[in-house]
Design a protein around this ligand. Structure first.
Ligand code: WTA
Length: 631
């Protein structure tokens, strides 16, 4: 399955495009199936109906656990590192993980959960979250993980949309120094979730836990009754594996549905080829399992491949900014995969927290989640990678299930801020405003990013709303999947994701993308982060509003604003100069670290009603920004 050279990459890519059925048929032979497929894939873009490995039967957990246990039971699946470094860490072997999953699958069975039932998981980053996910998959139940930072309202909406029967949670936990009383948040949601019959509570802290007789039980009490295990359910390749709600910055969140067979093949194939993990490597993805990155590249991909991973409960800032690098040293991490926002945040602290000694085990670095600006890329490369680690800028989405465009470590070249080349099996297209594909003939092109072919790990539908699935992804460009992102392709064929296409702003008839303006601003020494949004202007149509956070405080905002305007004029042109610049303490962020532009747009437009801000990482900064907004 592994691509070993640039030449091999080109060959594999060619094969995957010329004869996708033969290509994926061969890849899929590397997995354990109870029955093989009747057809490799079927696709109907018109109806947005896709299937992969139809007719095949499998259980993904046999691929993630049993087949490794047979060969190498004592290999460590996870080094679990707790939030507080003074608490003991835990090593979990593949054998132990399998035993725990099997026992918990019996607990689920005893709770009346069966094939196709939905189970909501609202948990911290503890091994029990992985156990609960895999136990669901073992018995054929569909897990719906809600990030344990979402509010009770968000939890309630997601439980009700998927009609979950069971909720699995923890009593409370610490994120950094902050105590999060998860069960109390659940109890508020549970007042309005009629489909939930039972709640299983893992006792993560000694805090007193409110429990409702007859409905709520403790994880340990349930396990003590689990004296046997459940046989793995025989799943059809196209049966749903999980539902995951996308962040929903506009409207109702979408329950993206992934299925058993194609998702397994896509995540494992991409994991192996992008990261090129070897037998003795230690891989660490810092994402939360509550997001797709955690689903695909902490749990399913690495486990199906048989890797050893770090599973970290905490945050990069606790007890201080050294934490990430201390963990890298402790476990001799070779592969480190994180988000640009974490890189920028750590870079902002300077180098005093980074001890080069602690980074010597690193071989491969990765990023995901948003475009990485040049300055952050350089810091990652120089300070963390010591200029010796390839940087994999991996582009993909909740809906794509697996990485779609990325360099392959030590196989294909990287280029700063470019995701570079599509993985085999991925055929991107750039579209112009008239809906036509822009033909690439060796000159740089730019447009809206679509994918022209089906791929195994693609989402199959939006839970209980197939029409919406069709409309959002398959109706903008006929016969293509529309990503909602813009991209450019350089003369060498490398892709650079420029950001959501809805960030494009038209000023005096000129199309401006905010990302390059932000990049220019970020290059100014004192600037920490920046976000540019458009707001309506009587004469120009739109004007730009810049929100800027600084690395350190200043008493001279005026000269900074002047420097920003000069830099933009220099780098892009006067047309890109913001009409308003506001220096802020911090930018509002989603829990996954993305700048919440929707709120900044509203502030810029003079609106004062922002809807629900409780899902933000830092809701209090919104009030502070609003108080000083420039009208
Ligand atoms: C953005 C996260 C630039 C993009 C896996 C996409 C990126 C959205 C990159 C999906 C990248 C993700 N470079 N932009 N390497 N990776 N994005 O669903 O806008 O949370 O559409 O999936 O993140 O976010 P999601």
């Amino acid at each position: 399955m592994r691509i070993t050279s640039l030449e091999d990459y080109h060959q594999q890519y060619q094969k995957s495009i010329e004869n996708p059925a033969a290509f994926w048929d061969k890849i899929a032979q590397n997995f354990y199936w109870q029955k093989k497929w009747d057809s490799v894939y079927e696709a109907d873009f018109e109806k947005a109906k896709f299937s992969w490995f139809k007719g095949a039967e499998l259980n993904i957990t046999e691929n993630c656990l049993d087949r490794h246990v047979r060969k190498n039971p004592d290999k460590i699946a996870f080094h679990w590192e707790p939030n507080n470094p003074s608490e003991d860490s835990i090593n979990i072997t593949y054998q132990e993980l399998q035993d725990r999953v099997c026992r918990f699958s019996y607990v689920l069975h005893e709770k009346g959960i069966g094939k196709g039932d939905r189970v909501c998981l609202y948990m911290p980053m503890i091994p029990e979250l992985v156990v609960a996910m895999l136990a669901c998959a073992r018995i054929g139940a569909v897990h719906s993980i809600v990030f344990a930072g979402f509010s009770s309202k968000a939890l309630e909406n997601r439980i009700n949309d998927a009609q979950c029967k069971l909720l699995i949670t923890a009593n409370s936990f610490y994120r950094g120094s902050k105590l999060i009383s998860l069960k109390e948040i659940c109890d508020v949601a549970l007042e309005n979730t009629p489909t939930i019959e039972n709640v299983i509570v893992y006792r993560r802290t000694i805090e007193i836990t409110p429990m409702q007789e007859g409905r709520d039980t403790f994880w340990f009490d349930e396990l003590s009754k689990a004296y046997k295990e459940c046989d793995p359910a025989v799943m059809n390749a196209e049966d749903p594996l999980f539902i995951l709600y996308t962040s929903g910055s506009t409207g109702k969140p979408k329950g993206v549905v992934h299925t058993c067979g194609g998702y397994m093949v896509g995540t494992t194939y991409s994991f192996e080829n992008v990261f090129q993990v070897d037998e003795n490597d230690v891989y660490w993805c810092t994402a939360d399992i509550g997001w797709i990155t955690g689903h695909s590249y902490i749990v399913y991909g690495p486990l199906a491949f048989g890797a050893t991973s770090v599973l970290f409960e905490g945050v990069p800032t606790y007890p201080d900014y050294r934490r990430f690098w201390q963990i890298v040293q402790k476990y001799q991490v070779s592969h480190f995969y994180t988000a640009p926002t974490a890189i920028r945040m750590l870079a902002k602290q300077g180098e005093k927290y980074v001890d080069a000694e602690s980074l010597t085990s690193l071989k491969i670095l990765g990023t995901v989640g948003e475009p990485i600006n040049e300055e952050a890329w350089e810091w990652y490369n120089e300070v963390i990678g010591q200029r010796k680690c390839p940087i994999l800028d991996t582009w993909w989405q909740t809906e794509t299930g697996a990485i779609m465009i990325s360099a392959l470590a030590d196989v294909t070249p990287n280029k700063p801020t470019f995701a570079t080349l599509p993985l085999p099996g991925v055929l991107p297209a750039l579209m112009d405003e008239d809906g036509k594909e822009i033909v690439f003939n060796g000159k740089e092109i730019q447009g809206n990013l679509c994918i022209k072919n089906p791929w195994p790990s693609m989402a199959r539908t939006i839970w209980s709303d197939h029409e919406r699935f069709k409309k959002v992804y398959f109706s903008t460009y006929k016969g293509k999947y529309f990503t909602g992102d813009g991209a450019l392709r350089d003369a060498d064929g490398n892709y650079r994701i420029t950001g959501r296409v809805d960030d494009i702003i038209i000023i005096s008839g000129h199309n401006l993308s905010t990302a390059p303006i932000e990049n220019a601003i970020n290059e100014i020494e004192i600037v920490g982060e920046s976000a540019i949004v458009g707001y309506p202007d009587d004469i120009k149509g739109n004007a730009l509003y810049a929100f800027i956070s600084l690395k350190e405080g200043t008493s001279d905002e005026e000269s900074i604003k002047k420097a920003i305007l000069e830099k933009i004029s220099q780098d892009i042109g006067a047309i890109a100069k913001p009409s308003k610049i506001q220096i802020v303490e911090d930018l509002p962020k989603t829990r996954s670290g993305k700048i919440m532009r929707r709120i900044l747009r509203k502030i810029a437009a003079g609106e004062r009603d922002f809807g629900d801000t409780s899902t933000l990482l830092n809701p209090d900064v919104v009030e502070k920004i609003k108080a000083k907004a420039i009208s």
